[in-house]
Design a binder for this molecule. Structure first.
Ligand code: ARG
Length: 566
């Protein structure tokens, strides 16, 4: 596509402005509304060179530039020069790109030869996969898809919490009060019950805590019984988690979780020792992080067992050696910011500069309308139930509004799950939010179903109008305000995808496609598409086609399906 912003840079660098191209580019602004132009250049920085007030400079330069191939109008407003892109030029460049790239519109090869690891979801084995995990799972999956679309070699990693002292607790719980058959019927709920019971009992009888520590120690030393129980809990939990991943269309390339690194830990401790980074403190080993302004990090307990921090250090070193990553992204809640700062500081102290490519992508908390949740007290909302309920509710709506729809079950699934994913990705990730059934499942306003519906509507129009990609198009016919609004949004889509990757912010894509759907609906209501004369119909149908492709691509990047009919 023509890069109009670069054309602005060229025009300005042709006049002796005394500014370098990069500087000019960085000064260019996007006006808040299209009535003020598509690009604006503020002349304040030219005042030195020209020895004049910026508004005089702006007026003079506009005069000097005169007629231009890509801009129908260049206007001087106060100290600003406002550039208006030629309608036909932008319509042509966008729609020819859409014809050529089809469902790849917005994709790129910028990532070629670079490996990006996206670690996300990472639930803890034997614990519920609850609404609190929705964020890492959905945000991480979207980032994984976005990076893939930009041509990176991406690896989806589920860093399972399949190791740690909680397994000691579970083993004690199981041996005292558990029953194999009952557990296998409803693994997570029953294991959760044992976990809750353990905590209740341990309050009365602290000896249980020692017992649990003991069992975890046994596990670390490959005790057969401990290993067998651990294995079994891991397997039955995973098959529960997989139900959710299947519903969300998520596949992982690696399930190397915390246990995977247990035999890679001694090396880390040795290396820390060699590099003289360890300090003894009450029998345990810590790393002093004062030079980073961080509290010291405990890497080895007095009973010899290693910790979460140590496992993350081992994991990062392993990943660098194994994948030679360009970026290693961790989608993990903001309550772990300190943890990530600490282990990354230690890796830095070890002399590994690549740690700058390890990126913690935090996000705010989810809470329930009636307070927060706690695994220990057993107050949780299961993610699987949320998804199922969304599907059921969507099914009811379809029965009510469109009972003859083919493929009802499938569409209910795509729309119900899409609604959940979309609302999760609509707001910036760092904000805390309260999970509300009503909001999530309301199909009005800025929602997944709204965008999916715009896509299905576009699809129906293409069918009805017998659209063909071979048609010759007169691009000058697409000049109404409604048409231009969509064309400009489509033009900006590729950059939005890149920005969302660079800022680790899928919400940029969510909001962008929502705007496209809104503009499309305005266009649909105000501009007759099928009833006009043949030339206008052809041009408008091509615009419908491009819109459809981009809506579908955008939804798919977020991990949402786009049904053809709904
Ligand atoms: N399992 C952890 C939890 O549920 C998240 C793991 C995050 N990833 C990591 N590399 N520490 O809190």
């Amino acid at each position: 596509m023509i890069k109009f912003k670069e054309e602005v840079v060229k025009l300005i660098s042709q006049i002796d402005s005394g500014l370098e191209k990069e500087e000019i580019e960085s000064l260019i602004e996007i006006p808040p509304s299209h009535e003020m132009g598509d690009y604006a250049f503020p002349c304040f920085r030219l005042a030195k060179t020209f020895r004049k007030a910026p508004n005089l400079i702006s007026a003079e330069l506009v005069e000097k530039i005169g007629e231009n191939e890509y801009f129908e109008k260049i206007e001087s407003v106060g100290p600003y020069m406002n550039f208006f892109v030629k309608k036909e030029a932008i319509a042509k460049t966008v729609l020819e790109e859409a014809k050529q790239k089809r469902d790849k519109f917005g994709s790129s090869k910028m990532g070629e030869g670079k490996t990006v690891l996206v670690e996300f979801s990472s639930p803890n084995i034997a614990k519920p996969f609850h609404i609190g995990h929705i964020r890492t799972t959905i945000i991480g999956h979207a980032l994984y898809r976005i990076y893939t679309f930009l041509g990176f070699d991406t690896v989806a990693i589920n860093h399972l919490g399949d190791y740690g002292t909680q397994f000691g607790k579970l083993i004690v719980g199981y041996k005292n009060w558990g029953d194999k058959e009952t557990i296998e019927k409803d693994p997570i709920n029953e294991l959760l019950k044992l976990y809750v019971k353990f905590h209740e009992e341990a309050e009365k009888n602290p000896a249980l805590d020692d017992e649990a520590r003991n069992w975890f120690n046994k596990l670390e030393h490959q005790d057969e019984e401990a290993l067998e129980l651990w294995h079994w809990m891991r397997e039955i939990s995973l098959s529960e988690f997989n139900k959710v991943y299947d519903m969300l269309g998520i596949k992982f390339d690696s399930l190397a979780g915390e246990s995977f690194y247990s035999d890679k830990m001694p090396r880390v401790i040795e290396e820390l020792e060699e590099k003289k980074l360890l300090v003894k403190s009450e029998g345990a080993e810590i790393v002093d992080l004062e030079s980073f302004g961080l509290p010291p990090a405990l890497v080895k307990k007095s009973d010899g067992s290693t910790l979460y921090v140590t496992r993350d250090i081992a994991a990062s070193i392993y990943r660098k050696e194994h994948y030679d990553f360009y970026k290693n992204i961790y989608v993990v809640g903001s309550e772990q910011i300190l943890h990530f700062k600490q282990w990354m500081a230690i890796v830095k102290l070890m002399g590994y500069d690549w740690v700058k490519d390890c990126i913690h992508v935090p996000f705010g908390m989810v809470s329930l309308e009636d307070g927060t949740m706690s695994t220990r007290k057993g107050r949780v909302v299961f993610l699987e139930d949320v998804l199922k309920k969304a599907i059921e509710k969507t099914h009811d709506i379809i029965e009510e509004r469109n009972p003859n729809l083919e493929n009802k079950e499938e569409v209910a699934k795509q729309v119900g799950i899409g609604a959940i994913v979309f609302q999760e990705l609509f707001n910036g990730r760092i904000k805390d939010y309260v999970f509300s059934w009503d909001k999530t499942l309301s199909f009005e306003g800025e929602t997944g179903p709204y965008v999916q519906y715009a896509h299905a509507r576009a699809n129906r129009l293409l069918d009805k109008g017998e659209f063909s990609l071979e048609d010759d198009i007169d691009y000058s016919l697409l000049n109404s305000e409604e048409e231009m609004a969509i064309i400009k949004l489509l033009y900006d889509f590729p950059n939005t995808v890149i920005n969302s990757a660079e800022k680790y912010e899928p919400s940029f894509v969510t909001r962008h496609i929502t705007e496209i759907a809104k503009s499309f609906n305005r266009f649909y209501h105000n501009c007759p598409i099928l009833s006009e004369d043949e030339e206008i119909k052809k041009a408008r149908l091509l615009l419908v086609y491009a819109t459809k492709e981009v809506l579908k691509t955008g939804l798919n990047l977020l991990g949402i399906e786009a049904p053809d009919k709904m």
